[in-house]
Design a binder for this molecule. Structure first.
Ligand code: AMP
Length: 411
């Protein structure tokens, strides 16, 4: 299969060729014809599968055939859970549409709203947005959807995890019923299917496995370690392994700050990204990390979600995530696109329950290693594999919002 077999026009094919893509990924091969046909699509695909081009390319193709946009109107809307993902999808839109005469834009919270209002004035053909800011803009009449052709919910599972269900429903109410609906999600839980019921009509369902089946492509192992020793173990790993680049996951924002500070004190360049950081600080940290100015990026799960850093040699779970699926998301950051990678977890005795859940999900035990000078005083119990099947989660009751929309949702 070649891109030229996919009924995309020359300007789009040329932009794709400029990116060096030779063949469509499995999700692209399936999603592009389905979206070009105008049908609704539900696609199970994770970051790293090429899903973004999978929806952006056919949307651009369809948009380029119709009349251009007009004042404050949007023709294609992509909703994403995080600002980072919005910025990245927008970058992809710009890259793939560089030979087309289409207007694109991105809007998210945490930055001034006025420039976004000005940008929307003349209308945009394709708008990438996070839900809260989009609703704010709509409330101020800065964006209109009368001529909307297509809506994409990207990483829908994460949007629900982050409590965006009410905002998504509000947005859906504002859109023309006849528009094409595309739903991309890593998993199809009951919640996602419930959401789809109210929005998707007779969809084409697509499912592909991640480009690297994380569990197999990644060498993962853990060090049993006392909580208080975790920083020292991390420093030892970085120094003895002469690491040049690693992503470290912390469960909390406070933890991410603390780890960063301690690493800096030991002379290791590090930066934290999480929801309490300004957008500018997050973008800067990511850029510095990509350029190698910062060696260690310390992130919370939500802030790291969707950021496009390919082929990280190692990912460290400074603490284990509470939700086992997050372990898969985290280690998916290493060994991307066929490269090998390491996922290393520092596990203290109080995290044994999380470890058991993760091993059950992985259907394998994680190999244990020891570091001579850091043997735990509180031993991590030996785990045995729980082979009972994991039942799909029941829909969660979403708690009503109590405080300011955006400030409560950042990770
Ligand atoms: P995504 O899953 O959309 O986050 O894409 C993951 C990465 O794959 C991005 O860095 C894309 O630039 C890259 N990519 C997307 N499509 C292709 C393709 N057909 N061939 C090679 N790389 C691709």
């Amino acid at each position: 299969m070649k891109f030229s077999n996919l009924a995309l026009s020359a300007p789009i094919l040329s932009a794709v060729a400029d990116e060096g893509y030779e063949t469509p990924t499995p999700i692209q091969a399936k999603a592009i014809p389905a979206i070009l046909s105008g049908k609704d699509v539900m696609a199970a695909a994770q970051t790293g599968t090429g899903k973004t081009a999978g929806f952006v390319l056919p949307i651009l193709e369809n948009l380029s055939k119709e009349k251009p946009t007009r004042g404050n109107q949007v023709r294609a809307l992509v909703l994403t859970p995080t600002r980072e993902l919005a910025a990245q999808v927008y970058e992809s839109v710009r890259t793939y549409s560089k030979n087309l005469n289409l207007r694109s834009g991105v809007v998210f919270g945490g930055v001034k709203i006025n420039p976004q209002m000005i940008k929307l004035k003349g209308g945009v053909d394709i708008l990438v947005a996070t839900p809260g800011r989009l609703l704010d803009l709509h409330n101020q009449n800065a964006v209109k959807f009368q001529y909307l052709d297509v809506l994409v919910l990207d990483e829908a599972d994460r949007m629900l995890d982050m409590g965006f269900i009410h905002d998504i429903k509000k947005v859906l109410k504002l859109l023309p019923k006849k528009c094409q609906h595309l739903l991309f999600s890593a998993t199809f839980s009951h919640e996602i299917r419930d959401l789809a019921k109210g929005m998707i009509n007779n969809p084409i369902e697509i499912s592909v496995s991640p480009r690297n089946t994380t569990v197999d492509a990644v060498e993962h192992f853990l060090y049993p370690v006392d909580k208080a020793q975790k920083i020292s173990v991390l420093v030892e790993l970085i120094k003895s392994g002469n690491w040049q680049q690693a992503l470290v996951f912390s469960r909390t924002k406070h933890g991410a700050n603390r780890i960063t500070k301690k690493l800096e004190q030991k002379g290791i360049s590090a930066a934290a990204i999480h929801g309490n950081k300004s957008q500018g600080a997050r973008t800067r940290a990511l850029a510095n990390f990509k350029e190698g100015v910062v060696k260690i990026l310390v992130a919370t799960d939500i802030a790291a979600r969707g950021i496009d850093i390919n082929q990280l040699p190692q990912v460290v779970n400074f603490d284990l995530p509470n939700v086992a699926e997050d372990y898969i998301h985290r280690i998916g950051r290493t060994a991307r696109a066929g490269a090998s990678g390491k996922a290393i977890s520092l596990v203290s005795a109080d995290e044994f329950d999380q470890l058991k859940d993760i091993e059950r999900l992985l259907k394998q035990l994680i190999a244990r290693k020891e570091m001579e000078n850091f043997m735990p005083t509180l031993p991590l119990p030996t785990s045995t594999l729980d082979t009972r099947p994991i039942r799909a989660k029941r829909p969660k009751k979403i708690k009503p919002k109590i405080s300011k929309r955006l400030s409560t949702r950042r990770s």
